[in-house]
Design a protein around this ligand. Structure first.
Ligand SMILES: NC(=O)c1ccc[n+]([C@@H]2O[C@H](COP(=O)([O-])OP(=O)(O)OC[C@H]3O[C@@H](n4cnc5c(N)ncnc54)[C@H](OP(=O)(O)O)[C@@H]3O)[C@@H](O)[C@H]2O)c1
Length: 315
């Protein structure tokens, strides 16, 4: 099978041929029809998990994917050949990932069946970006009328977060350059903030001098300075970071909550998310669809930023 692999940390991704894996006990073999690119993919390739877990090289890149069950191992009860499924397939310990024609997954792990009406590229786009958005907005516990800033709204996580926050009845402030501001308003943002025009916090404070209720920060890196964003929060407010930038103890001293979110979907959440997307209640903007041969170039492009949605790889 064709797959895009790295042969060591920091190595360039390259297309190669690997044997089609055979499902062992409790495993399903999935013929992938789409994989989606996330910043996590190249962070892992750079060694983000090197101190946490063993890696098996050559390591197939990618986490998210969608396809059809082609084979099952002994003891598998939840899936049958022909089922359409999606989820997270990355297992660095076993060298497995989703930038490939086939992948194995444990049946009780992070995969779920999808409704037949859900296109593969849309399903593949959901498990990391939209699920993180879903879990972040759940964590924020928004009420009708609450005001939330989505910092980094123009990317994959941000676009879904805008929609989930708006569904909760919140007033949504979304960072966006002018090229995508209209799209974000269409998704439910009430105000857009061009972060190149002036610092985001300064613009939010000017429009909301009494403060806001929540910040979803997709931008500040681990160890970065969130002070200007924390200053926006009313007492009892919350900062949710997807990059480990929140310092919960320091924030508690300032009477606000800080949460570092780590995407960790349950099967029930995956099923619910797929249903929302299939029903048109969650809209996914696909920036680019590229063949597997073009995945290394797509990864290089993603590293430079400027995402306006999801890049989907079609194995
Ligand atoms: N903890 C977890 O489980 C988890 C899960 C998913 C994602 N994440 C992390 O969350 C972050 C967002 O992920 P993603 O998939 O949404 O990334 P993405 O698709 O690459 O989007 C990032 C967006 O942020 C915008 N941006 C860059 N600098 C900005 C700034 N200073 N202010 C406002 N917006 C800015 C970018 O636009 P321009 O480049 O045009 O500025 C881009 O549209 C990544 O760091 C990712 O690793 C963590």
């Amino acid at each position: 099978m064709k797959a895009v692999v790295i042969t060591g940390f920091g190595a360039e991704p390259r297309l190669t041929d690997l044997p089609v894996p055979q499902p062992g006990p409790g495993e399903v073999l999935v013929r992938l029809h789409a994989a989606a690119l996330n910043p996590f993919d190249w962070k892992v390739a750079d060694g983000a998990l090197r101190n946490a877990v063993e890696h098996d090289f050559p390591l197939v890149m990618g986490s998210d994917g969608a396809g059809v069950v082609e084979g099952i191992g002994a003891g598998v009860t939840r899936f049958r050949p022909g089922d359409t499924v999606y989820g997270q397939f990355m297992s660095v310990q076993r060298g497995r990932g989703s930038y490939a024609e086939y992948v194995l997954a444990p049946e009780d792990d992070k995969i779920a069946r999808t409704p037949d009406s859900l296109p593969f590229p849309v399903a593949a786009a959901l498990p990391t970006a939209s699920m993180t958005a879903y879990q972040a907005i759940e964590t924020a516990r928004l009420d009708t009328g609450h005001v939330i800033l989505v910092n980094g709204a123009s990317g994959g996580v941000g676009q879904s977060a805008v929609q989930f926050a708006a569904l909760q009845g919140a007033r949504v402030l979304a960072t966006a350059t002018p090229d995508i501001a209209g799209h974000l308003r269409d998704l439910g943002a009430h105000e857009t903030i061009d972060f190149h025009a002036a610092p985001t916090a300064q613009q939010v404070l000017a429009a909301h001098p009494d403060g806001i209720d929540a910040v979803l920060d997709l931008i500040t890196p681990h160890g970065g300075d969130t002070d200007s964003l924390v200053d926006l929060l009313k007492p009892g407010g919350i900062l949710v970071s997807t990059n480990g930038a929140a310092d919960p103890d320091a924030l508690a001293a300032r009477e606000v909550r800080g949460v570092n979110l780590s995407n960790n979907p349950s099967r029930a959440e995956l099923e619910a998310l797929a249903d929302l997307a299939a029903a048109g209640k969650l809209r996914i903007r696909i920036d680019a669809e590229v063949p597997l041969t073009a995945a290394p170039a797509a990864v290089a492009r993603a590293r430079t930023g400027h995402s306006r949605g999801k890049t989907v790889i079609l194995p």
